[in-house]
Design a binder for this molecule. Sequence first.
Ligand code: GAR
Length: 213
Amino acid sequence: MQRSGKLPSVTARIAVLASGTGSNLEAILNHFADGAAAETGAVVLVASDNPRAGALARARARGIPATTLPNWADGPAIVDRLRDARIDTIALAGYLRFLPPEITRGYRGRVLNVHPALLPAFGGRGMYGHRVHDAVIAAGARVSGATVHFVDEEYDHGPIIAQEPVPVFPDDDAATLAQRVLRTEHAIYPRSIEAVVAGRVVLCENGRVRGSI
Ligand code: GAR
């Protein structure tokens, strides 16, 4: 259950940005629904560049405000929207657009992303969805995995918060590997977000990450 009523001021207000089906969003919502996580933060806004994103429907089904970004490249407008909703932490969950620098700079150390491979390998512009897993298989890698990182001004780039390896089997295709990696994303991403909002993981001035999930 999403918490109702007035949230205590110490509770982080999280926005999730998603372009696709939203299975990571679902895992995040489940994680913050109760227990210690619910004391530390709540997802209060879901936004997408894609009006047909399954993530928007999942949010609305739970009564969470869900919005389409009219112009995903308009940094100042998005910052205004985030400020209106008093957002302090942003989680990208399968968000495929470049995040304008107004957001990455304005929310330094408070913007997270999950990627379905072990960065810095198999990331960057155009590396999303099955393309990532096709590239891993084509390279003959025996291990892939999931990475959670703070977001900087480059695609799939920034100080790493958590990584977990996943085996690649000889008969894998992109779909089977994606499914295995997604399970790991769902395990480490919500915990990473909680660790950041609880202050157990911090981005230091020197760009290093202190603490672990
Ligand atoms: C996830 O695998 C996520 O890691 C990936 O998109 C998928 C979204 O799935 N993100 C990237 O590739 C970012 N470069 P979901 O909509 O079911 O959460």
